[in-house]
Design a protein around this ligand. Structure first.
Ligand SMILES: Nc1ncnc2c1ncn2[C@@H]1O[C@H](COP(=O)(O)OP(=O)(O)O)[C@@H](O)[C@H]1O
Ligand SMILES: [Mg+2]
Length: 290
């Protein structure tokens, strides 16, 4: 099967600033793929190249097998980029916005309304269908924006920091919706600064650091790079009493538990797996030391 996205030695410089210095990446069809990196790492630049908004200086990028530089129009037909959907009209209702977008996309009046109702249901906006968008919360807006991306079902959906600025609850609601989109067959390429978000959503994660992919794998692969985590002892209030690092093997875990046992401290023993924050720290520290 043709990969959803293939990037080879992609480079981009703005003025004297080398933003992308040779990015290689393959995203399989049907994956949820997260590009993880701090502010300014170049995530949006990659998304903009893949969605034909920015031209690379060198290297190639293909989306569903089509080269973004040689046939941008064909790429544009197969993708959606949220946040770029036609400006939502604040005065119209959610249903009117969706139906209008459907009409602009070539659907008949009847199909556009059927599609709008279907999307309102799927994106958990049915209860607000006839409210003016101007009254929507941030989370509702983000869901409407996503729904607009699905008026015409994209092959690849790009989400550039989809939950930035949302509260925890809206973020979790959006995560559920994104997961359900991918299970319906759409490839999702998302960028995030939130390590937890990549961990929760993505099949695979690439860490963008100094213009390149510094690490690539599942959340577990990345965590494994940092080591085995630790055995912790906590009191009834959850306060950490004792922590012993391990290499993740059964032997080292057992030894750590035995050590805690020998000290005779009372509390709950838990095994703490490394977080993606630890992964990122470990990767960036290695690079800087090198
Ligand atoms: N059009 C542009 N002109 C000049 N510099 C830019 C432009 N777009 C992005 N940059 C710079 O490139 C770097 C990466 O930006 P960006 O891709 O937006 O990062 P991210 O999305 O990871 O926060 C930043 O230092 C940014 O200031
Ligand atoms: Mg960005």
């Amino acid at each position: 099967m043709t990969p959803a996205i293939e990037i080879r030695d992609l480079r981009k410089r703005f003025g004297s600033h080398d933003v992308l210095t040779g990015v290689d990446l393959t995203v399989e069809s049907g994956e949820i793929f997260a590009l993880l990196g701090p502010n300014g790492a170049g995530k949006t630049t990659i998304v903009n190249i893949l969605t034909t908004l920015v031209r690379p200086d060198a290297g190639t990028a293909r989306v569903t097998g089509i080269d973004v530089a040689s046939d941008p129009a064909a790429v544009a037909q197969r993708i959606a980029l949220t946040g770029q959907a036609a400006a939502v009209d604040e005065v119209l209702t959610a249903r009117e916005n969706l139906a209008m977008f459907g009409r602009l996309s070539g659907l008949s009046r009847r199909d556009a309304h059927t599609r709008a109702d279907d999307l309102l249901e799927r994106f958990d906006l049915a209860g607000a269908a006839t409210r003016r968008v101007g009254t929507f919360s941030g989370g509702m807006r983000r869901r409407l924006d996503l729904a607009l991306s699905f008026v015409v079902q994209p092959v690849v959906l790009f989400l550039d920091e989809p939950t930035t600025g949302l509260d925890t609850r809206s973020r979790r609601e959006l995560w559920q919706i994104i997961a359900s989109l991918a299970s319906a067959g759409t490839t999702v390429f998302l960028t995030t600064q939130y390590l937890e978000e990549a961990d929760q959503l993505a099949d695979r994660i690439a860490v963008l650091h100094e213009g390149r992919i510094a690490a690539l794998g599942t959340a577990d692969d990345l965590k494994a790079r940092v080591g085995g985590g630790s055995v912790q002892l906590r009191d009834a209030d959850g306060a950490l009493l004792r922590e012993i690092p391990t290499d993740g093997s059964v032997t080292s875990l057992r030894r750590a538990v035995d050590d805690i046992d020998r000290e005779g401290l009372a509390g709950d023993v838990t095994i703490a797996r490394p977080t993606l924050d630890d992964v990122f720290l470990a990767l960036t520290e290695t690079k800087e030391a090198a």
